[in-house]
Write a protein that binds this ligand. Sequence first.
Ligand SMILES: CC(=O)SCCNC(=O)CCNC(=O)[C@H](O)C(C)(C)COP(=O)(O)OP(=O)(O)OC[C@H]1O[C@@H](n2cnc3c(N)ncnc32)[C@H](O)[C@@H]1OP(=O)(O)O
Ligand SMILES: CC(=O)C(=O)O
Length: 544
Amino acid sequence: MTDAPEDGFPAEDGLQVDDSFHVFDTTLRDGAQREGISLTVADKLTIARHLDDFGVGFIEGGWPGANPRDTEFFQRAAAEIDFRHAQLVAFGATRKAGVRAEDDPQVAALVDSGAPVVTLVAKSHDRHVELALRTTLEENLAMVRDTVAHLRARGRRVFVDCEHFFDGYHANPGYATQVVRTAHEAGADVVVLCDTNGGMLPAQVQTVVAAVLAETGARLGIHAQDDTGCAVANTLAAVDAGATHVQCTANGYGERVGNSNLFPVVAALEIKYDRRVLPAGKLAEMTRISHAIAEVVNLTPSTHQPYVGVSAFAHKAGLHASAIKVDPDLYQHIDPERVGNTMRMLVSDMAGRASIELKGKELGIDLGGDRALVARVVERVKERELAGYTYEAADASFELLLRAEVEGRARRYYRVESWRAIVEDRPDGTHANEATVKLWAKGERIVATAEGNGPVNALDRALRVALERIYPKLAALKLTDYKVRILEGSLGTGSITRVLVSTSDEHGEWSTVGVAENVIAASWQALDDAYAYGLRRAGVEPQE
Ligand SMILES: CC(=O)SCCNC(=O)CCNC(=O)[C@H](O)C(C)(C)COP(=O)(O)OP(=O)(O)OC[C@H]1O[C@@H](n2cnc3c(N)ncnc32)[C@H](O)[C@@H]1OP(=O)(O)O
Ligand SMILES: CC(=O)C(=O)O
């Protein structure tokens, strides 16, 4: 064993040495049981690297022998990943009823996986033993005892997941506790109490964990599914009652609605409980790791996830902003930098003066304490939002509005004389889309026509044909997203259309908004802002 530094973790080259508390990740096993997730071996290897980099103590990689992918994962992980913090864990079940552990191919696959740690799922609810396993309560205890002993004799560290433990304890506390005692006495290092159906609430979990700990003296862990929306709270309640091993998944992925989310659990342990469970400096990488794993599983990261979501420290209400201006702690439970996230100000019709001042600061625009100017911007935002604009989703349109107020006029790169878009419907069912723009730039009147795969695309092309000679940097701007929403009319008006456009250049992406009764007119406004913003940020001067 290497000398443990103050945080209980070794230097770069060793495994976690602080064994007193386990952060056990099961993204690759329980997380993969989520509907919509389908991981390749390469995906699993990439996620394992991220988790090891983050510093979890254990990575449950899957069920070797259950499918060729998981079997291959264990072979390749051992050969290809130089784990710096985590130990690899193979998951499987206790031996079959009536079969010796040494004769059970499923148990052999766990040994063959080469993983130094094995988690065995065991029945602890009497009804499950009788109905699902179709065996006796005594045989189930023997299955637990034999399988743990078999794996211990082969040098494996063993954790036992007691499936349906809390429901089982409620139905038959004596039997559920006997399963824990049997696993412990057979040599399991940790006995994990599982809320498999996810129906528990924190107070129930806390009471049961405390009682089982007092009765058995076994080292206990917690595995909480999220069916009541309490998985994280249940995990922490178990820790409060003395559990020292938490099973979680990245971003809460898991069977049905999911599992206990690794990130808020780890953040709570580190920040709220002041317990070092990650290597030094790793908590600040949490947001990046969460998003990187979401990328691999091909799910959009949840914007509202605690700690790591992009909205986790985004402030919208004017009253909040006015207090944050004095001290961000007044409306934030932690400094977002501790988890690698950032504070953002949102501008909307709920903004007040302080929101605009803080947003200006975030954008690097000096408002010079000009109260009248700030009040004008607040009023303008409220008027425009009433008309259907949304600035919290269109950062670039807001910045153009703010700069126009500060500079006394909007900086425009061309003057529009007119535009039109035509959709031609043909008898064979096909369409042709054509647009013409007439505008003035650099003292010149320019008329350009283009076709496109839709009327907005045709307008975009015509605008580029007209302007690219004068503003060559337009060529680097790409439209990356286009969203349309029909808004209900108010005060007797008809319905109106809001268009949000995302545009990117080689340095990043921005969003702009347009609102009009007509979808093409709304799109034109959003495009107009998108190019004005893109040229401005590229340092191009208007040639009007
Ligand atoms: C709570 C959890 O999430 S545990 C994790 C569950 N994960 C998975 O099930 C994913 C991987 N599973 C699989 O690929 C397959 O189910 C396999 C390979 C494990 C088994 O497949 P099959 O042999 O075709 O069996 P099947 O899935 O129909 O049934 C499971 C068998 O395991 C038995 N079993 C269930 N739990 C246990 C247990 N704790 N110990 C021993 N046997 C068990 C069942 O009684 C059933 O036995 P039977 O075949 O004699 O009826
Ligand atoms: C083991 C497991 O995934 C459960 O009981 O939910």
